[in-house]
Design a protein around this ligand. Structure first.
Ligand code: NAD
Length: 363
């Protein structure tokens, strides 16, 4: 791969390689776009098979964060850190403090957070060296576990989706099939149950399924059967790429609204849903509640304010569906369109010099 060609094709700003022999740190920070504000994105620790694989992951994920923050209405750009290493064996205080120093050296252009392979205590170690970190312990001003906020955002996004696909945002009497009853899926099931919805669920963890049956009167189906369920809304809350050539022909739902990242196997699967009249809630918009919650820490965390912003996912989803309808484009493309339009507009707004403006021109 010719790196600069790739950076140019997708408009990346900066890639930083961080190396510290003493701690064994090998990390890559990718900053995609800071038009809207500092690049925020998690720190992933993974035993990548090659440096190229790590770089591509950092690039891909940082770009995704630009779109997610822009669509959520946040004044943040997109970035990501990948640490090459085994989260079970290679972690140390020195490694995270070393990374913290690199993040500090960027002067606020990039803010990190937890991701796959990293924890709150890792963020606390980074916090020893820099304030440009979120997802730290509550003692340092964190908003705590973001999953309940993600679930609330998915619930509000699901209501908006129901309004468009089913004619009303009232979920009472509606059947929702949930794949995955983890941190987000279970909290989502609770809210659907409280709203009077009927639940059909599956999970590889039989305890979670049993609890949902007992607490919500949910109907349980097998792992493979969830895509065959006749329902109003399907909520993928477990794995990515679940909307693919194998699952699409089975679907008997009117809409899809769940928390899982990267639900579409490929963009063409989003086109298929659009042409078959199944309304798809773009994943990075409907699951942005956790990011919104974490971003609130940057203003001095206030739960009420964070919740209000997450609640607004309802309106963002309605706007997105309106764009999809107006432009005759699939909903996933409407989400990208909205994010890109916001970034372009803000570039223009900020081209006017204003002394002391809170938001400074980044580019
Ligand atoms: P989690 O690990 O707590 O839950 C995932 C659940 O899915 C588990 O209960 C697991 O047993 C189940 N599962 C795994 N494979 C399955 C399969 N083949 N069939 C059925 N169930 C299966 O994760 P989570 O935090 O609840 O996140 C769920 C999804 O939402 C993930 O894709 C995650 O990336 C995404 N997401 C989460 C957040 C958040 O704040 N937690 C934010 C944005 C996106």
């Amino acid at each position: 791969m010719e790196l600069f060609d790739y950076l140019s094709e997708y408009d990346y700003e900066q890639v930083i390689y961080c190396h510290d022999k003493a701690s064994g740190l090998k990390a890559i920070i990718a900053i995609h776009d800071t038009t809207l504000g500092p690049a925020l994105g998690g720190c992933r620790m993974w035993p990548y098979a090659s440096e190229e694989e790590a770089l591509l992951d950092a690039l891909r994920l940082s770009r995704g964060m630009t779109y997610k923050a822009a669509a959520a209405g946040l004044n943040l750009g997109g970035g990501k850190t990948v640490v090459i290493g085994d989260a079970k064996k290679d972690k140390s205080e020195a490694l995270f403090r070393s990374l913290g120093r690199y993040i500090q050296s960027l002067g606020g252009r990039y803010i990190t957070a937890e991701d796959v392979g990293t924890t709150v205590s890792d963020m606390d170690m980074i916090h020893t060296e820099t304030t440009f970190v979120t997802g730290v312990s509550k003692a340092y001003g964190s908003g705590g576990n973001p999953s309940p906020m993600t679930a609330f955002g998915v619930f509000r996004g699901m209501q908006a989706t129901a309004k468009v696909a089913l004619g009303s945002d009232d979920l009472s009497g509606k059947t929702v099939a949930i794949q995955g009853l983890g941190s987000v899926g279970y909290a989502l099931a609770q809210q659907i149950h409280d709203a009077g919805g009927k639940l059909v669920v599956t999970d590889i963890n039989p305890d979670a399924v049993m609890r949902a049956k007992e607490e919500f009167g949910a109907e349980a189906v097998g792992i493979q059967e969830i895509f065959d369920v006749r329902c109003d809304i399907l909520a993928p809350c477990a794995l990515g790429a679940v909307l693919n050539d194998q699952t699409l022909p089975k679907l008997k739902c009117k809409a899809i609204a769940g928390s899982a990242n990267n639900q579409l196997g490929e963009a063409r699967h989003g086109d298929w849903l659009h042409s078959h009249g199944i309304l798809y809630a773009p994943d990075y918009v409907i699951n942005s509640g956790g990011l919104i919650n974490v971003a609130d820490e940057l203003e001095g965390y206030q739960a009420d304010r964070a919740m209000k912003k997450v609640d607004n996912i309802y309106n963002i989803m309605l706007e997105l569906y309106a764009v999809s309808e107006r432009e005759s484009i699939p909903s996933y493309a409407a989400a990208d369109h909205m994010a890109e339009e916001r970034i372009q507009l803000m570039q223009q707004v900020r081209s006017t010099f204003v002394q002391g403006s809170r938001t400074v021109l980044q580019k």
